[in-house]
Design a protein around this ligand. Structure first.
Ligand code: DAH
Length: 347
């Protein structure tokens, strides 16, 4: 093939290759340009053949070389523009936004129902001048039992089956040990002790709809001069009304706890039927909500508090029970499973 034909062929084949480049492979355009028009490209290569041509042909073929270069340079430019436009078009299409699609909701969390109940009760007691104190979930047998008037081998220890870590260390079975710890610290020359202590407690129990090996309690303790059963009753009546409604009444039934004397079980008139009897109160008109009593003199004495001069009352309630009653929750396990279908009901 003579040089002129080769030039013509280079032009045609380059044009064909250019057309074939797709938008997503735009980089190939640059490679092809270098291969054809670059310093070491095909056109330069053909140009070398010019010197072997007879004199009269050289200007003709030289002109043809320039033409081919011009045509191809333009073709590269054109195709470059086309590819760039196609790329933008493709991008626009892929990024197109369908404003009629429903938006993705960001889910906002909420306080756990037990935290809500706890905080609500804390607020009520803070308003009455109580302090909120923390206790230890891992506790000494000494505070959990002995200081609560449950010496070793006391039969009432069986009421609270326990997770022992060692002979003297256990997971606390109730929040009552915080009574002993705060009594030890309190300076009675500065006034009476009024505290509540919310927290988690543990018992060796088989989990079912109404039992859990861990649950939550709020302990309450008031110790000072001339504290009477009347103060206990007034305080509990007030909390019951705040928690379950202004027309609630309370009822005290005799009971037994080793750390209180006398001890009572506290019932609130049913908030659903008002006392007539229904499924919530099991037809009795009353719902048991907590245990309480006058602090046993021995509990005071063990803390070095003179039980002739000082007296007090204490109570213990369970947040799960309060929440289950209030919201009609019938399986305690719901509190701990973290299933959003449960937790989101308490937004
Ligand atoms: N500690 C008791 C329990 O877990 C609850 C309780 C009852 C606490 C009476 C008290 C109280 O402070 O006076 O079963």
């Amino acid at each position: 093939m003579d040089l002129q034909a080769q030039l013509e062929e280079l032009k045609k084949s380059t044009q064909a290759q250019l057309q074939a480049i797709k938008a997503e492979n735009a980089k190939e355009l640059q490679d092809l340009r270098v291969k054809v028009l670059g310093k070491k490209g095909s056109l330069t290569e053909l140009l070398k053949g010019l010197k072997d041509l007879p004199n009269e042909l050289r200007p003709v073929v030289g002109k043809q070389v320039n033409e081919v270069r011009d045509v191809l340079t333009k073709a590269f430019e054109e195709q470059g523009k086309i590819l760039a436009a196609a790329k933008i078009q493709a991008q626009l299409e892929s990024e197109s936004l369908d404003v009629t699609l429903p938006g993705r909701k960001i889910s906002v969390g909420n306080r756990h129902v037990l935290s809500q109940v706890t905080e609500e009760i804390e607020d009520i007691f803070l308003g009455m001048g109580f302090q909120v104190v923390d206790g230890y979930e891992v506790e000494q047998d000494y505070y959990n039992f002995e200081r609560m008037n449950l010496p070793k081998d006391h039969p009432a220890r069986d009421m609270q089956d326990t997770f022992y870590i060692s002979e003297d260390i256990l997971l606390r079975t109730h929040t009552s040990p915080v009574q002993a710890r705060t009594l030890d610290k309190h300076d009675f020359s500065k006034g009476p002790l009024k505290m509540i202590s919310p927290g988690r407690v543990f018992r060796r129990d088989t989990d079912d709809a109404t039992h859990s090996h861990q649950f939550h309690q709020i302990e309450g303790l008031v110790v000072g001069k001339n504290i009477s059963m009347g103060d206990l009753k007034g305080t509990l009546e007030m909390i019951s009304k705040k928690m379950f409604g202004e027309d609630r009444k309370i009822r005290l039934r005799p009971s037994y706890f080793p750390f209180t004397e006398p001890s009572v079980e506290v019932d609130v008139s049913c908030f659903k039927c008002g006392g007539k009897g229904c499924n919530v109160c099991k037809k009795t008109g009353w719902i048991e909500i907590l245990g309480a009593g006058m602090v046993h003199p021995r509990v005071l004495e063990m803390a070095g508090v003179d039980s002739e001069e000082y007296s007090g009352f204490a109570f213990g309630l369970g947040q799960e029970r309060i929440a289950m009653l209030r919201y009609g929750i019938n399986d305690i396990r719901g509190f701990y499973q973290g299933d959003s279908r449960f937790t989101e009901q308490f937004k």
